[in-house]
Design a protein around this ligand. Structure first.
Ligand code: ADP
Length: 203
């Protein structure tokens, strides 16, 4: 992409992230849920957001619903489009984070490469990776959106876990076995790990 010489950045004149964090009394981070379709990413993201909200934290959930119907509605599921999908999501997450907001993302983000790109854009120190893990048999049995059935019938191509790969994250900050824990238990694990990180210490 050519660099536009006519863009004059104003980064140095914008209020810094710390000023926004201080205002909101929280440390902003991006919490990134990765896992197979049906593993429980969206359910946990929603419940986790409610739990944080009750404690006074300002959050924003990004998921397929609000991203693919809006900013990314021109993208499909080819490898190139999946990459662009995650690139834009990462840039949007970074803007939210720079506004002091805790961003909770729920995306399959199937490969190490794609998650590494997200980490690089957002900054490793800001990125909390949550592997929402359930065996594919369990996800397929849940088949929340009927997508596995369609993929098995060949009506959806390149479906993660069926005919498209999912790399197990090897350095996730949190691993949630949603076939063994309840939604509430998963939220509790997230709270225990994440609350100390997002707490703003007023000096
Ligand atoms: P994803 O966003 O990963 O595609 P969803 O959250 O849409 O998955 O669906 C997960 C399904 O699994 C929901 O029907 C949810 O009620 C169920 N479920 C059962 N146990 C859990 C758990 N511990 N965590 C999250 N979801 C769970």
């Amino acid at each position: 992409m050519p660099e536009n010489k006519n863009i004059h950045t104003t980064f140095d004149r914008l209020l810094k992230r710390d000023a926004k964090e201080k205002l909101l009394n929280q440390k902003s981070r991006v919490i990134w849920m990765t896992g197979l379709s049906g593993a429980g990413k969206t359910t946990i993201a929603q419940h986790f957001e409610v739990a944080l909200n009750k404690m006074g934290y300002l959050t924003q959930v990004l998921d397929g619903d609000n991203i693919r119907s809006g900013i990314n509605n021109n993208l499909g599921f080819s490898e190139e489009d999946r990459y662009e999908n995650i690139r834009r999501i990462s840039e949007v997450s970074k803007l939210l984070m720079d506004s002091g907001i805790i961003c909770i993302n729920s995306f399959i983000s199937p490969t190490n490469e794609i998650r590494d790109m997200a980490k690089k854009i957002i900054g490793e120190e800001n990125f909390i990776e949550v592997f929402v893990d359930a065996p594919i048999e369990v996800c397929e049995q849940r088949d929340v959106k009927g997508l596995y059935e369609k993929a098995r019938r060949g009506e959806i191509k390149n479906f993660t876990g069926i005919d498209s790969p999912f790399d197990i994250p090897d350095d996730a900050d949190i691993v949630l076995h949603t076939d063994k824990l309840s939604v509430d238990e998963c939220v509790e694990v997230c709270l225990q790990h994440i609350l100390p990180i997002i707490k703003y210490d007023q000096e």
